[in-house]
Ligand binder design. Structure first.
Ligand code: ATP
Ligand code: MG
Length: 308
């Protein structure tokens, strides 16, 4: 099967909206035996794409979240002292870690926020990445099985609580940038989430099945526009991801389902309240901002609602 067909199959099977070019690059990197660094703002589908790729390739997705607690033995594995006392330093006594496990099985090791790993842990990855082996003292040199791949992420603006990403380590990845998707695709992602939500909760919009899809579309469009508008707002240093749009749309849908005759536009007040609920945890004011967070959110909601 050619690459484009594989991309379509991944999109279809794992409900990925858009991202054709990016999925294709991931496949090309994999077939070129290159490890991948995904760089993108919050919510730009880094985890979603890596998971879908792993599932499509029938590989386990072994996830590590970068933090200062992930010391090198956490990644490589360690000997269990009581078993060592009983049986010595052998395979039975060794507890594999995510790195050694993935290397042994030819699986995907997904490291979220690589730059949050302590430098000593980053160093352990070096030989595994380019030579495909890991030295496990007192046990063996572990060579990775064909197909072993590291996919890692960094957030372009991550600086708090992160050690710098070593050049040697960075050098061992190919890079893929994930920008925000366009409005149409974000709307489609939100509609998909709302549809899943209705199925999971079993709460269809009663007696309105014909207009149901129109209502979902309207809610998704408004929610997407409100979250997107934060991205150009001069008073914000952190703006809303797609998750804000999804949360806002879901709150609105729930409100509407539970107010029997409400239509999206007859619920103006709740749009402001739902936006505060959905956005306040996901955006941050510029230090110099003279408006409050609430004002900024109301501003964004207002500028979208006035056009509807
Ligand atoms: N292209 C897409 N198709 C379908 N769903 C998507 C897409 N992009 C994002 N989503 C949805 O948006 C949410 C955020 O995506 P995801 O968790 O993959 O982002 P991320 O880049 O890993 O975010 P973070 O930086 O916070 O880890 C998820 O619920 C995911 O299902
Ligand atoms: Mg993620």
């Amino acid at each position: 099967m050619d690459l484009d067909s594989q991309v379509r199959e991944i999109q279809h099977k794992y409900k990925i909206v858009g991202r054709s070019a990016e999925l294709k690059k991931i496949l090309i990197a994999y077939h070129s035996r290159k490890n991948i660094l995904l760089e993108g703002e919050i919510g730009t589908s880094k985890t979603t794409l890596a998971r879908a790729f792993s599932a499509y390739m029938d590989k386990n997705f072994i996830r590590v979240d970068g933090s200062e607690d992930v010391l090198s033995h956490v990644l490589t594995g360690y000997f269990d002292p009581p078993i060592v006392l009983e049986k010595g330093y052998n395979e039975d006594a060794f507890i594999y870690g995510p790195l050694s496990k993935a290397m042994k099985a030819g699986d995907v090791l997904f490291i979220n926020e690589l730059n949050r790993l302590p430098e000593s842990t980053q160093n352990v990855l070096l030989s595994a990445l380019d030579e495909g082996f890991l030295d496990i003292p007192k046990l063996k040199q572990l060579y990775s099985k064909n197909g072993f791949l590291v996919i890692t992420t960094i957030n372009p603006r991550a600086h708090v609580g992160t050690s710098s990403l070593g050049e040697a380590l960075k050098d061992r990845f190919v890079w893929l940038n994930l920008a925000y998707q366009n409005e149409e695709e974000e709307i489609e992602i939100i509609i998909q989430k709302l549809t899943d939500f209705l199925i999971v909760t079993g709460s269809g919009i009663k007696k309105r099945s014909i207009v149901e899809i129109e209502i979902l579309k309207k809610i998704a469009t408004m929610a997407a526009k409100i979250s997107r508008i934060t991205r150009n707002h001069p008073n914000l240093q952190r703006s809303a991801s797609i998750r804000a749009g999804i949360d806002l749309a879901t709150l609105m849908l729930t409100y509407i389902i539970n107010h029997s005759n409400a239509l999206p536009l007859e619920t103006v007040e709740f749009w402001y309240e739902a936006a505060e609920m959905a956005l306040s945890t996901k955006i941050e004011l510029e230090e110099s901002s003279e408006s409050s967070l609430k004002d900024v959110i109301h501003d964004c909601v207002h500028s979208v609602l006035k056009d509807f």
